[in-house]
Design a protein around this ligand. Structure first.
Ligand SMILES: Cc1ncc(COP(=O)(O)O)c(C=O)c1O
Length: 366
């Protein structure tokens, strides 16, 4: 029997349940090779330049990193053309999401608003903080209800979250739509656009929210090094926001959450244009390959601005997911998002995409 109890919000929370790892799948199904297309990771792996940087700094890890990671913030600031005072680096963008909710929302009074079937972290962090969590219905064809959320926000809405490009649908929201929503949103509500997949959205101008930061001091953009930069395992992300909010967040955060190796790796990744551009190319080609292949198999594929697509197969999605797993291909079954007829698959290398399509064909065509 447990000797202590904890806050009711924590007692009521189930721990985050990630999918099985490659090693676990190999062992469970007796497989030698497994292809993982389930977590939207980089198809090219880790940049060789980043690998060298990590090795080079291994001898320094007895030192603490510089608190607040000013070198990384400066490198990001130069890359995106925003003052470094407006940037907060974090242990993945998950940390930035958590900080925004903790810094802004008052338990028992405030709420966070987003929409159904969205990234689970917004709900997890809100509920743990004792904050009401509201989810609006999506519009037709899964579109994010951006204006509806802006209209629903009140003085007790601490923050709203829109993911663009969205996970799991891949749909992106244009700058014009975000501007329209920001204009009617209460100025005290933090308007977060989660841009974990922004690198893959095209054309870039249509989705570039950075100019809006000057117009709307309550707008926050969150980004990550986990996807296009291939650093998911190192945990680095950042938020772009008004410098006053960045200052408040700095007061509330634990020190040193972006470790020394992660900081060096992220700076090296930002400078490695070749790897970054190659990633975008492989993802773009892979998206075409997978979309064409799935459509030939009779699947309905949503248009995606991201490094994955969501689709519904002409057979049971659960069966397709389970049979793929047995054949050593891990994709994401979207039942936990509330879409039991859908699967999300991210772009791998051309060979991995090919294996996925061949195995899916065998299952679908019986
Ligand atoms: C929409 C969205 N936001 C944020 C994240 C978290 O990214 P990070 O690895 O930077 O914590 C993810 C990760 O999959 C995501 O899908």
């Amino acid at each position: 029997m447990s000797t202590v109890t904890v806050r009711p919000e924590v007692m009521a929370t189930k721990p985050y349940a990630p999918g099985l790892t490659i090693e676990e799948i190999k062992e469970k199904y007796g497989l030698d090779t497994v292809i993982k297309l389930a977590s939207n990771e980089n198809p090219l792996g880790t940049s060789p330049i980043v690998q060298k940087t990590v090795a080079k700094h291994a001898a320094n890890i007895f030192r603490y990193p510089q608190n607040g990671n000013p070198r990384l913030n400066k490198a990001i600031s130069e890359k995106i053309g925003v003052d470094e005072k407006c940037i907060i680096s974090g242990n993945g963008s998950d940390e930035i999401i958590d900080l925004i909710i903790r810094v802004k929302a008052q338990p028992g009074r405030d709420e966070v608003i987003t929409y159904e079937s969205c990234f689970s972290m917004y709900s997890l962090m809100s509920r743990l903080c004792g904050i009401k969590f509201k989810q609006l219905q999506r519009n037709e064809n899964f579109k994010q209800p951006v204006l509806e959320i802006a209209r629903a926000a009140t003085e007790n809405t601490a923050a709203v979250f829109i993911t663009s490009p969205d996970n799991p649908t891949g749909l992106a929201v244009s700058v014009d739509e975000i501007r329209q929503a920001a204009e009617i949103m209460p100025s005290e509500t933090i308007f977060v656009v989660d841009e974990a997949y922004i690198d893959f959205a095209s054309p870039a101008e249509k989705y570039n929210m950075i100019p809006l930061l000057r117009e709307f001091p309550n707008l926050v953009l969150t980004r990550t090094f986990s996807k296009a930069y291939g650093l998911a395992g190192l945990r680095v992300g950042y938020g772009i926001m008004h410098e006053d909010l960045a200052d408040y967040i700095t007061r509330a955060r634990a020190p040193f959450t972006v470790n020394l190796i992660a900081e060096e790796a992220a700076i090296a990744a930002l400078n490695d244009d070749i790897f970054y551009n190659e990633t975008l190319k492989v993802v773009k080609e892979g998206k075409q390959q997978i979309t064409d292949g799935l459509e030939k198999l009779g699947c309905k594929v949503l248009p995606s601005q991201s490094n994955f697509v969501m689709f519904t197969p002409p057979c049971s999605a659960q069966k397709l997911f389970e049979e793929l797993l047995k054949k050593g291909v891990i994709v994401r079954y979207l039942k936990s998002f509330g879409y039991s007829d859908y699967i999300r698959v991210n772009m791998g290398t051309a060979r991995e995409n090919d294996v996925f399509l061949k195995q899916a064909a065998e299952i679908i065509n019986g």
